[in-house]
Design a protein around this ligand. Structure first.
Ligand SMILES: [Zn+2]
Length: 110
């Protein structure tokens, strides 16, 4: 049987993304940016068993259907620098290519 994700700690299986996202025992705790290829970055999650694991941004990319900006604002005055801090989960106000990933984080926080 295929699985969306298996907890590396307790071996709990989420069979699909809907199951994973609606599980109250899963909490997003971080985002590991990969500036060279944003969809290959990782979201970090905690499971109630205290296990921690990563899921690729690509697996959630279709959750966001708003605009994606072409330009990067990283390092500019407009950029709050959230992407540089793994534990920062706030949305980004900048018109930046990286901001859509942070919108996905807001969806995953719910
Ligand atoms: Zn677990």
């Amino acid at each position: 049987m295929s699985a969306f994700k298996v907890c590396p700690n307790c071996k709990f299986v989420w069979h699909n993304r809907e199951e994973f996202m609606s599980d109250e025992n899963v909490t997003i705790i971080g985002y590991q940016v990969r500036f060279k290829s944003l969809e290959e970055g990782f979201f970090l999650f905690n499971h109630s068993c205290r296990g921690t694991f990563a899921v690729m941004v690509r697996d959630f990319a279709d959750l966001y259907d708003g605009p994606v900006f072409q330009e990067r604002a990283t390092g500019s005055d407009e950029c709050p620098g959230h992407c540089l801090h793994k534990n920062a989960l706030d949305p980004c106000p900048a018109k930046c290519e990286c901001a859509f990933v942070r919108e996905i984080i807001q969806i995953l926080k719910k």
